[in-house]
Design a protein around this ligand. Structure first.
Ligand SMILES: C[S@@+](CC[C@H](N)C(=O)[O-])C[C@H]1O[C@@H](n2cnc3c(N)ncnc32)[C@H](O)[C@@H]1O
Length: 229
């Protein structure tokens, strides 16, 4: 049992909602089989109405990272029903209080209309503190992230289907500030599917310093140092 169960500073109705959504997500994930993951068409069908939220302990880690680096602008690749988005938004709000800056935005991305509608409802339920900092870009993230990014992105959360991870990173990389953090979920559990991303992150000339934090199925934490000359 952890002596520090939750670092997230938020009103109780938000914490309750988050606990509830994580519980639903865990229950749904217990139904995902290896066979389903291999079946491309079945996979898309099955995932269409699933939360597949980032695990709660990983969300706490992302929240703490945002506070530590004083994050102002973050990008979330893969929003689904907006669970990790809520943590990111709370983190930007808290970070602005700690460091005394004006908060930027959580740029969220989702292409499934029913998920977009429900995510917006959850954010509304959280209230203005969460809602006001979210810029949800609807549609294919390879298009919606291709323009209007902040000059300095502090953190990129890659919680997206694996073939999209590297293209997304390459799209956002020019706007990553030195010291920005890229967090990739399931880097161990999905290592096969992340081969191209892992090779890219490991290649020193691309400017990333990487570790795996040993949460369930792994969580890659990559610090951007700028491209090597
Ligand atoms: C793992 S889920 C994200 C979970 C979310 N981060 C959370 O913690 O609640 C990945 C999401 O990416 C969405 N997605 C897949 N392909 C996409 C694309 N090309 N553009 C935008 N979103 C996409 C899926 O519909 C899915 O909801």
């Amino acid at each position: 049992m952890s002596p520090f169960p939750n670092a997230v500073v938020a009103p109780s109705h938000i914490l309750k909602l988050l606990d509830h959504l994580h519980a639903i997500s865990s229950q749904q994930e217990s139904q995902i089989t290896a066979e389903r993951l291999r079946d491309k068409q079945g996979f898309d069908e099955f995932m269409r109405d699933k939360l597949i939220a980032l695990d709660q302990d990983k969300c706490w880690f992302v929240y703490q990272t945002c506070l530590s680096i004083g994050a102002k602008n973050v990008i979330e690749a893969g929003t689904s029903y907006g669970v990790s988005t809520i943590y990111l938004s709370l983190a930007l709000s808290r970070s602005s209080t700690i460091y005394g800056h004006t908060p930027g935005k959580v740029i969220a991305t989702e292409n499934e209309p029913s998920k977009i509608t429900q995510a917006r409802k959850y954010w509304q339920e959280c209230g203005d503190e969460v809602e006001r900092l979210i810029d949800l870009r609807e549609g294919n993230l390879l298009e919606t992230l291709a323009k209007d990014l902040p000059d300095q992105v502090d953190l990129l959360l890659l919680d997206i289907w694996s073939p999209l991870a590297l293209p997304t990173l390459k799209l956002v990389q020019p706007n990553l500030r030195k010291g920005a953090v890229v967090i990739t979920d399931n880097i161990v559990g999905s290592a096969d599917r992340y081969k191209d991303l892992i090779e890219y992150l490991k290649d020193g000339k691309n400017g990333f310093n990487n570790i795996n934090v040993p949460y369930s199925k792994g969580l890659a934490v990559s610090v951007y140092q700028g491209r090597q000359a």
